[in-house]
Design a binder for this molecule. Structure first.
Ligand code: RP5
Length: 155
């Protein structure tokens, strides 16, 4: 049982997605991480999403490069929030994934973060989960204060 299911489209995406896993871990948010391609294994993706929902997933983070169908395909399979993480890959270095992920037609949204913005995908997930989790909201507020204090520090 994990609050967040993180799916990446290829093993080659794992290093770029790792900061999301690390950030969720830092805040004590449970995460199940899976590699599943929307275009190479569409039926398996259906099972991954259904199993995640059955297991209590509250939202999805989906990282993919190039045409990056994965976040939209996942959003089509669930009404839980999907955060799309465009990854730098191929000739266009992530611009293609950024546009593909952010330009979902009305009705099936994907919240999109920056190219290789894995940490922010996790922070956005934490903000959503914190809406109904006071302890997590407290941790987030404390981290924000700490970040703010460090802005003016030379160390
Ligand atoms: C996308 O194509 C993946 O998300 C990855 O970013 C990119 C290249 O995948 P591989 O050919 O390395 O598996 O589907």
């Amino acid at each position: 049982m994990a609050d967040v299911t993180l799916i990446v489209g290829s093993k080659s995406d794992v290093p770029a997605a790792k900061p999301a896993v690390d950030t969720l871990e830092k805040f004590g948010v449970s995460c199940q991480a899976v590699v599943c391609s929307a275009h190479r294994a569409p039926e398996r993706l259906t099972h991954v999403v259904r199993d995640a929902e059955t297991g209590g997933a509250k939202l999805f983070i989906c990282g993919a490069g190039m045409a990056a169908a994965l976040p939209g395909a996942t959003a089509a399979l669930t009404t839980k929030p999907v955060i799309g993480l465009p990854l730098a890959a191929g000739a266009l270095n992530g611009i293609d994934a950024l546009l593909a992920i952010s330009q979902m037609p009305p009705g099936i949204p994907v919240a999109t973060v920056a190219i290789n913005g894995a940490a922010n995908a996790a922070y956005l997930a934490i903000e959503i989960l914190a809406l109904s989790n006071g302890e997590l909201a407290g941790k987030l507020a404390a981290w924000r204060r700490d970040q703010s204090d460090r802005v003016d520090s030379f160390e």
